[in-house]
Design a protein around this ligand. Structure first.
Ligand code: 4AD
Ligand code: MG
Length: 445
């Protein structure tokens, strides 16, 4: 029989007269390994500390199990206590609420649920790279500290080394020359503008990194720090962009379904009973595509009262997005050609003069998961857009150069990584798919 060495943490211990059953897990997968420790294998003093939460090392024989819950088990020949666990350990056998576990985010990855979520998170990140690398996209690292507000929403975290408390005054515009970078700087809200630089040089590129928004919305889908994937493609129009976005979401789902089966099965049992069926359903059929104006018409004739008004020139609210995906179409929906005035300056103006070549992908249970557009590649229109949005030409000179020197049609989008993770795990709160969440009023750990 084969002898093996295992190291991990004890999940549970059960004692019978002459031996103990230990359930050991090292976090590499959902299932525990059962270890049988006969009396006398370890000193009494050690066995007293062999309890839930303790770290141990076991050498033993791997044998087919008699029990019905596992195929294999280990009979220990040697057991060492690596790290004992204080009695105050909060993760005892009974299930804990996700709200309680959020408060102990440094221990929750040791639970079955969060072990699954974070193993899938890692796998999903790899699937992102695989998707783009297989298509010969180049991975670009865009800066985290930026001087501009890409989305124009003003939801920026300032980066400064000036101490407003010591100075006893607000940091005034005039004093920026004394600041670290000699000008106002912020944490990035998006790497898109910098990605455009590389798309108009290397053709197909993507970014995958942290982004920051000082948006004061305390919802289950917003975090102040989240990860975004932003592909940017030269010579792509809106249609190509929508096709890529759909293929991307489907491939991510396919990868998770085929490589995270065990973890998904736990989520399908305890978090979202319809999870696997829903994911398979999304894989099998094309997303619905409708113009923003069509979405507005549908919403206006909906047999439901909404809290927020539905109008041609207004943004869709989460309740509207959810009605479209969950009640009406019952599948992901790509909405395109949004009114220009509710979208950022960089989006391409459509010939009607009123709408812009924007697209959002909405999914059931979450709403917006992707936002993107074809970019305005024509210098004169871009300058006009900037004026409408109150942006100064000198602040975007480098961006305008891309339109001066060999400008080409190009497009891209941003996928919220955590929202995608929520979609594939069935977890309904963004706080439970990020290792250490940052939300308004909360930056623990
Ligand atoms: O729609 P957004 O704001 O688009 C952009 O930032 C573009 N520059 C992307 C591009 O075209 N390259 O954000 C893109 C996605 C959203 O669809 C959403 O999934 C996610 O990022 N997102 C958030 N996720 C979590 N918390 C927040 N506060 C988020 N804000 C946006
Ligand atoms: Mg958006």
């Amino acid at each position: 029989m084969e002898e093996i060495l295992i190291k991990g943490w004890i999940r549970t211990r059960r004692d019978s007269k002459t031996f103990s059953f230990l359930e050991i897990n090292d976090g590499s997968c959902l299932k525990n390994l059962q270890v049988i420790v006969d009396e006398g294998i370890a000193d009494r003093a050690i066995m007293e500390n062999v309890a839930t939460g303790a770290a141990v090392s076991v050498i033993g024989r791997l044998i087919p199990s008699q029990g019905k819950n596992q195929t294999w088990e280990v009979t220990a020949k040697n057991l060492e206590l690596i790290g004992k666990c204080a009695p105050s350990y909060p993760l005892q056998k009974k299930g804990h609420s996700v709200e309680f576990l959020r408060e102990i985010a440094h221990l929750r990855p040791r639970t079955n649920l969060f072990g699954c979520v974070f193993r899938i998170r890692s796998r999903l990140a790899q699937a992102v790279h695989q998707f783009f690398q297989q298509r010969d996209f180049f991975y670009i690292h865009t800066p985290i500290i930026t001087a501009g507000d890409c989305e124009g929403a003003g939801e920026l975290f300032k980066v400064t080394t000036l101490d407003p408390v010591a100075n006893k005054s607000r940091i005034e515009e005039q004093s920026y020359h004394k600041d670290f970078f000699g000008k106002p700087t912020f944490l990035t809200v998006s790497g898109q503008l910098e990605a455009e630089v590389f798309a108009t040089s290397l053709s197909n590129v993507y970014t995958f990194g942290p982004t920051f928004r000082a948006e004061n919305s305390n919802t289950s889908r917003h975090a102040s720090e989240f990860w975004m994937i932003e592909p940017e493609m030269a010579f792509y129009d809106l249609q190509d962009n929508m096709d890529l976005a759909e293929a991307f979401i489907k491939e991510l789902i396919r990868q998770v379904l085929t490589t995270c089966e065990e973890d998904l099965s736990l989520l399908g049992k305890f978090v979202d009973r319809g999870l696997q069926d829903r994911l398979n359903f999304v894989l099998e059929r094309p997303f619905t595509r409708i113009r923003h104006s069509e979405a507005v018409t549908l919403l206006k004739s909906a047999n439901q009262s909404f809290e927020f008004p539905v109008e041609e020139g207004l943004n869709l609210q989460s309740e509207h997005e959810r009605w479209l995906t969950e009640k009406h179409f019952k599948c992901p929906v790509t909405i395109y050609n949004y009114p220009s005035k509710i979208k950022p300056f960089y989006m391409r103006r459509n010939d009607d003069g009123q709408t812009t070549a924007a697209m959002d992908v909405l999914v059931p249970g979450i709403g917006e998961i992707i936002g993107g557009s074809q970019r305005e590649e024509r210098l004169d229109y871009l300058l006009e857009n900037m004026t409408t949005h109150g942006l100064k030409e000198e602040d975007y000179d480098w961006y305008l150069d891309l339109r001066r020197y060999g400008s080409v049609p190009h497009s891209g989008f941003g996928l919220g990584f955590e929202r995608m993770l929520m979609f594939v795990t069935g977890i309904t709160n963004i706080r439970d798919v990020i290792p250490f969440v940052r939300t308004p009023g909360n930056a623990e750990f």
